[in-house]
Design a binder for this molecule. Sequence first.
Ligand SMILES: [Zn+2]
Length: 339
Amino acid sequence: MKQIDLKTIRMLASSEAYENAEKFLRSQKANIVKAKDERIEATMEILDEKFPVVIQKNEERNFDTSCKCDEKQHPLCLHKTILFVQLLNAFGPNYFDSIRNWDKEKNKLLAAYGYSMDEPDWDQKFEFTYKEGKPFLRVLDQSVKRVTAPVREVEVIKPTSSTNVEEPQPKTLYSGGNRLGVVFVEQKKSFPGFTIEVVTGEANEPGNGMLGKVEKLELQKYIVTEGLSERDVSALQILRKLHVTEIGKYVNRNSPFAGIWENIISHDEEGLPADTESLIIEYLYPKLRKLFAEHQEDTLFFLLPAGKPFNTRNLVPIQVSDAGLTPSIHVSQKKTASK
Ligand SMILES: [Zn+2]
């Protein structure tokens, strides 16, 4: 069990032990000696004998328990049962999460704003809420801003800057057949301004668009490549890595907020921390470049403008270019408050 659960306790203890535990708790209590870092140490006196009991969460988030008595038949002896039931009644099933030490994770989240829990006023400016046992940072003082990254800024890759939206030139490379299409779905609010989806459909005669309806592929699932050209299958290999969940995995592995970067509740306008954005670019850029360089001639590219429903009618054909992006540096003067 991961949370304190009465049904499980009753299953793990003998019925006699459970009944005696309830009886004991009607008039007495275990004495909690220590409750910290997901570990409870308690003692209880039964028939003039003292029993020290420990319950703690282990690495797998299950409970480890210990007691000196000689209960062998059931995982929970009378004493452990007493302690579990007492904690459940007093604090509820999630009690151990509430005494978990989240300081390290909390400080990481606060560091994005240049704060730590050592600052005397941190709790006036921030608050932690818990969802599924994990801490989430909420910024109370809207004047507190994220620590901005050093002045170096990498140009944001957007479909509008890395691709030329032009009237497609007629091509004679293909004459119909099932084709793959790459769709840049414009996202106004989230970095890097687009997500990538893949569609298949029947190509038109000049090979520069789709005939009729296209079908969206689930990049995370197994895709039947039968009927697709070899070129399209090779493009698909790159495209799988461009899916938003793959980007998330990469950021999760490499971010200083590993595992918790999505826990920062951002101000709407502010977006992701700069280093997270850099990680996304670091991941996406070479793959996009490879895709554009190798497949600009033989794969169809589309843009789905922000807010438009995903259907064939709304896909705007675009051309991509493998010309590199020009890095740019933005230097701006910081406004200083004058009094
Ligand atoms: Zn015991």
